[in-house]
Write a protein that binds this ligand. Structure first.
Ligand code: ZN
Length: 326
């Protein structure tokens, strides 16, 4: 019997079938376009869900962080989504800062549909909101820490558990060192966990808009202790570190409402809109003009997120750190 033998002619037709299947599969990646995003996803339905969610987050989170929606980008941000139930959740967003502008967005995201929609997307969108608002790289702890605060509670709880582990095993980062970090350290996970915890601590005391004002103030003067003093009444990094550590040891209790209300209101701060595209019509602030001259060299700032499966523990948040400047 000639079981399993295939004639040449049969083989050719089989190959043609395979080629046809491959072509069909490739063509099946569906696209969807919104005002600010172009989504490529495995199906029309997913592309539409992700695109609509991305626009919603872009609007809602910009209002939460800065008090107003972002103006439309001059070019949409392409989002490539890999969606599968057991895919580790993660994302990567890259953009270019040049002369005080930010553009050339690209975003890739992956994970289960649920985790993409409730964690990866809001995290990555927050990176784009900060890049649009500040138009320069933030200290890593402040960027990743804040982006993690908009993730699903399950993801945030994971960061907290890791923080406790890091603090117990001597992997915590001294605040003066953490505040000075412009790049990711080799041991990156503690930066995420600790950055998230400190961002949460500050946001619970003054809200998201004060946090953004504090970061902007710190970036403008490059004096983080002074910015902390102005926005949170703690003008010393070592002091803040001790207060934060005590708070963590007590189980991160919510602050009394009176405390947040008693925070100093910075006298010289008002919410500003910073245009974020090369669109010549974009509004510019005088302070950003100064920034544009100080950061005149072109820089590429890439944020990459990668989450790998931890043995039996679901996805573990990590972000690789290729940052290129030229
Ligand atoms: Zn991130």
């Amino acid at each position: 019997m000639l079981v399993g033998r295939v004639s040449f002619k049969h083989l050719v037709s089989l190959l043609l079938v395979f080629i046809g299947l491959a072509t069909t599969t490739a063509a099946r990646a569906a696209g969807y376009r919104t005002a600010n995003f172009v989504i490529e996803a495995p199906s029309d339905q997913l592309a539409r869900r992700i695109g609509d969610a991305a626009e919603q987050y872009r609007h809602d989170l910009a209002v939460e962080w800065t008090g107003q929606p972002l103006p439309r980008w001059s070019r949409p941000c392409p989002i490539t989504a890999q969606v599968a139930p057991n895919l580790g959740a993660g994302g990567a967003t890259s953009f270019v800062f040049d002369r005080g502008e930010v553009f050339n967005w690209t975003m890739t995201i992956q994970g289960s549909e649920e985790r993409i929609l409730d964690s990866v997307l809001p995290h990555e969108i927050t990176h784009t909101i900060f890049a649009s608002h500040f138009r320069q790289p933030l200290p890593r702890w402040a960027d990743e820490g804040a982006c993690t605060t908009v993730e699903h509670p399950v993801e945030r709880a994971r960061q907290h558990r890791m923080l406790i582990e890091f603090l117990r095993t001597g992997r915590g980062i001294a605040f003066p060192e953490m505040f000075a970090m412009r790049e990711y350290p080799t041991d990156v996970l503690p930066l995420y966990a600790q950055g998230y915890s400190l961002a949460r601590y500050l946001i619970e005391r003054g809200g998201r808009r004060r946090y953004v004002a504090f970061v902007g103030d710190g970036l403008d003067g490059n004096d983080w202790a002074a910015a902390l003093g102005r926005h949170y009444g703690v003008g010393d990094l070592a002091n803040l570190q001790q207060t934060w550590l005590d708070w963590v040891k007590k189980g991160c209790p919510a602050p009394p409402a009176a405390l947040a209300a008693a925070m100093p209101e910075p006298a010289n701060w008002s919410p500003t809109t910073r245009g974020q595209s090369p669109d010549p019509a974009a509004r510019r602030q005088p302070s950003r003009e100064r920034l544009a001259t100080t950061t005149s060299r072109q820089s590429i700032y890439v944020l990459q997120a990668r989450r790998t499966q931890r043995q039996g523990g679901g996805s573990l948040a990590t972000e690789a750190t290729p940052v290129t400047r030229r």
